[in-house]
Design a protein around this ligand. Structure first.
Ligand SMILES: [Zn+2]
Ligand SMILES: [Zn+2]
Length: 219
């Protein structure tokens, strides 16, 4: 399977960088888009540069109610009607607007949203509620985080109920307990990860910096 980084603070040549995060994941019957970045036009342009047929996006998973993760949604809903997975804690106005256009599923607990794609369910830190995505691919476990506001340690702990993590991808925010990453084979920090350079230095053999335009191939 492939995971393409569509939107990030950094970018590879040929792609636009912008504050926010989004990645596109191969699912059984199409794509799942994880978050939508800050700007719809940039999201759509980077998808175009990847040559993605956006009609194949069947699902949109929104990690948390911050604009740099949900901002691109209205633009993409002008063209497609994916099933949108949001948290029930998102604003009522937002949920109502989405429901006018397409199906919205409110995630309240840990749940398998589609086969082998599992939401951690809402985890919170102060006022910020966030869900992360766990993917089972063959014998591998992949964890994708938006900003990891609830604390990467907690999210990792939740994920390890399914087995050891092989791939960790996304924004790690101010996570600084680098020791706990030592069991993870592939560490791909981006977006809001404050200690990104430290992580890349400490785990140089298995961590790499990614940005919009990166493709992660998982056997
Ligand atoms: Zn955030
Ligand atoms: Zn963010």
């Amino acid at each position: 399977m492939e995971i393409r980084i569509i939107y990030d603070n950094n970018s590879k040549p040929g792609f636009i960088s912008s504050h926010g995060f989004s990645c596109l994941i191969d699912a059984q019957d199409g794509y799942l888009l994880f978050d939508t970045g800050w700007s719809g036009p940039i999201l759509l342009e980077n998808l175009r540069r990847f040559n993605i047929n956006i009609e194949k996006i069947k699902y949109v998973f929104l990690s948390h109610f911050h604009w740099d993760h949900i901002g691109g949604l209205p633009d993409i809903l002008q063209y497609i009607k994916p099933v949108v997975y949001a948290l029930s804690s998102f604003s009522t106005n937002f949920k109502n607007e989405v429901k006018k256009i397409t199906e919205l599923i409110e995630v309240k607990d840990k749940i398998e949203i589609i086969p082998d794609f599992i939401s951690t369910g809402p985890l919170s830190n102060k006022n910020i509620v966030e869900q992360s995505l766990i993917i089972r691919h063959r014998s591998k476990i992949i964890l994708i985080t938006g900003c990891a506001h609830p604390g990467l340690e907690r999210i990792i702990e939740k994920t390890e109920e399914f087995g050891e993590i092989n791939y960790l991808i996304g924004g790690f925010h101010d996570f600084n307990n680098l020791d706990i990453l030592k069991h993870i084979d592939n560490i791909l920090p981006c977006h809001c990860t404050k200690l990104r350079d430290k992580i890349l230095e400490r785990y140089s053999e298995k961590a790499r910096g990614i940005g919009a335009g990166s493709v992660i191939r998982i056997e």
